[in-house]
Write a protein that binds this ligand. Structure first.
Ligand SMILES: [Zn+2]
Length: 292
């Protein structure tokens, strides 16, 4: 049976590559937990008007996206922390609503019951908001990176997370226990990091689905945003197959950085062109479950 996202029409090739498009929807919960320089930020209120704009763009180019939403944003309440009505609009537009933890928590430092609690509370809040099951998880800050089985070691996580510590394998086990089935991951194996250090640039390759514990995972292979490296990985997947994983933050689309809408629109045109040529299909994480 063909999966949604495949379009077998006469004269068109089967798509070689797959694109997964993510938006990390942080709201003020994420802004006030910023781990960047200067600590807490105030950009949370930008998430909402920008998301409305993005919903229009995704509709125009018919590109489905997975919005990774902090669960607390789905509780009854108001901006800049909450907007359950907007989360329902995201779902109603056919996009996938994934969990981004409950309050944009730094997961390497959570363990035991507090880890379970953020995973469970987020899923419950999102499911009650949209009425649909939540299967996908996107870890805030893309962490944990530490995953010895994948030859990925994070010294800073080991240093900062005192007491107990959650590495990627433990997170995936906890995700399985709390009902999730898919996770976007961002670990980078040591040989790849060494090569990147030598070449002084990221060296991304088309991703494949991989299994970590009870969860299906896909590894991020773009640096965030819509500049040249994101276009390159999509082009490569169109030529060779595999999965391209791109992501951005709604609150960042008018900041003039790599996530700016002036770069997003050309990337959406590129995706549409590849899809029309039949070399790339656009998909949602939940549609890939069972394909691995
Ligand atoms: Zn985030």
């Amino acid at each position: 049976m063909m999966k949604p996202g495949y379009h077998e029409e006469k004269g068109k090739m089967n798509p070689r590559g797959t694109l997964l498009f993510f938006w990390d929807y942080d709201t003020q919960w994420g802004a006030e937990r910023s781990r960047g320089p200067g600590g807490a930020k105030g950009w949370g209120s930008l998430e909402f008007p920008n998301t409305d704009e993005l919903l229009d763009l995704h509709a125009e180019y018919a590109i489905p996206a997975c919005f990774a939403v902090v669960g607390a944003a789905a509780l009854p309440g108001s901006r800049p922390y909450q907007d359950p009505a907007q989360i329902r609009r995201i779902h109603a537009a056919g996009h996938e609503v994934a969990s981004h933890s409950f309050r944009h928590d730094w997961l390497p430092g959570l363990f035991g019951e507090s880890l379970m609690e953020t995973l469970r509370a987020s899923r419950d809040a999102l499911e009650q908001c949209t009425g649909a099951p939540v299967k996908t998880f996107v870890p805030p800050y893309n962490q944990p990176f530490d995953y010895p089985a994948g030859l990925s070691f994070s010294m800073s996580e080991r240093r900062e997370a005192r007491g107990g510590r959650t590495d990627l394998r433990r997170l995936c086990d906890a995700l399985g226990t709390t009902g999730y089935r898919f996770c976007r991951v961002a670990y980078r194996p040591l040989p790849q990091r060494l090569m990147e250090f030598v070449k002084t640039k990221r060296r991304d390759r088309p991703s494949r689905l991989e299994t970590i514990g009870p969860v299906t995972c896909v590894r991020l292979n773009s640096p965030g945003g819509f500049a040249r490296p994101s276009a390159e990985i999509i082009e490569r997947c169109a030529a060779e197959g595999g999965i391209a994983v791109v992501y951005g933050h709604p609150h960042s689309i008018h900041t003039g950085n790599a996530q700016d809408v002036s770069l997003l629109v050309p990337l959406m045109k590129l995706i549409r062109d590849f899809r029309e040529r039949g070399t790339v299909r656009t998909a949602l994480p939940r549609e890939l479950l069972g394909e691995g």
